[in-house]
Design a protein around this ligand. Structure first.
Ligand code: PAF
Length: 284
């Protein structure tokens, strides 16, 4: 099936206006990879109409970040969407999305947006939530699919949808990994062979930490940190073991599901990864 490439709200409304059944949306910034393919496939199992959005949102990038060099691969994105029988690839430009110029009113992520990624990237989640809110209004889906790789983003989108009563169901899709364990990301395209050797340490640290879950939270965090510290070429930003709902650090004695989240620089490339860890017993 050939996916329709649309650029304006008017085209989108004309295309979707008389479609019946459930609409699913997969929001992306383009540079689609097999992680996005998995989001689309999960959406396809349930939804009658699939819309993929392809919009590089300037609002979520700080001036010193990689907006200008972010990969733009619209032709390949369209081909992937056609392979996956996506109905519409919606690729608006900045003026179409922010038709009144830079938005003066924004969605604020609040305290959950100030920690982990938000501590390193101030304002990032305000930019994400503002564009996600707009794209939900523009695409009007029944279901929206987001990857667990961006766990904090997923949590914040869920909170926005609940707190502000957006009429959409949010579905989380597990992270897709290379055989090496490296989580798929559009930013992996920046990595050369040497970088990849360094980058696999992220997922390796998560696996090593999960293997000692029975020893409790202190052992989990210590193990993750040891694996990360053993790779000197890795510029660790943070590694944290947090409650997945409050994002507060979990300490000794915590039992239940915790989120082990980390971010690090490999060369100039900032990568993130995370894993849910089942903590069954307390330690000291
Ligand atoms: O995860 C992303 O690709 C982006 O943050 C999103 C959700 C498409 C908003 O720009």
């Amino acid at each position: 099936m050939t996916t329709r490439l649309l650029h304006t709200r008017a085209q989108l409304r004309a295309a979707l206006g008389n479609r019946s059944g459930e609409v699913g949306v997969v929001m992306t910034m383009g540079a689609l990879h097999d992680g996005h393919r998995e989001l689309i496939r999960v959406a396809r199992r349930r939804c009658d109409v699939i819309v993929v959005t392809d919009f590089l949102n300037p609002l979520q990038f700080a001036p010193d970040e990689d907006l200008s060099r972010y990969p733009r691969t619209l032709d390949a994105d369209l081909a992937l969407c056609s392979e996956e029988s996506v109905d519409v690839l919606f690729a608006p430009d900045v003026a179409e999305v922010y038709a009144s110029g830079e938005p003066q009113v924004r969605v604020l992520a609040g305290p959950l947006g100030d920690v982990l990624e938000g501590a390193s990237r101030p304002g990032h989640f305000d930019g994400v939530l503002t564009v996600v809110a707009k794209l939900l209004h523009i695409t009007r889906p029944d279901v929206a699919y987001f990857g667990q790789k961006d766990a904090q983003q997923l949590l914040l989108i869920r909170r926005m949808v609940d707190d502000l009563d957006f009429p959409v169901q949010v579905v989380a899709v597990p992270t897709v990994r290379e055989p090496s364990g490296l989580a798929l990301s559009s930013r992996n395209g920046y990595l050369d062979e040497d970088d990849r050797v360094v980058a696999v340490v992220l997922s390796r640290s998560l696996s090593a930490a999960a293997a000692v879950a029975a020893d409790g939270p202190v052992a989990v965090l210590t193990t993750a940190r040891e694996v990360l510290d053993a790779q000197p070429a890795l510029g660790l930003d943070y590694v944290a073991l947090v409650d997945p709902i409050t994002l507060r650090d979990v300490g000794p004695g915590f039992a239940g599901t915790a989120l082990l989240a980390l971010a690090a620089k490999v060369g100039r490339t900032r990568l993130i990864d995370n894993a849910e860890i089942e903590l069954g017993s307390a330690d000291g």
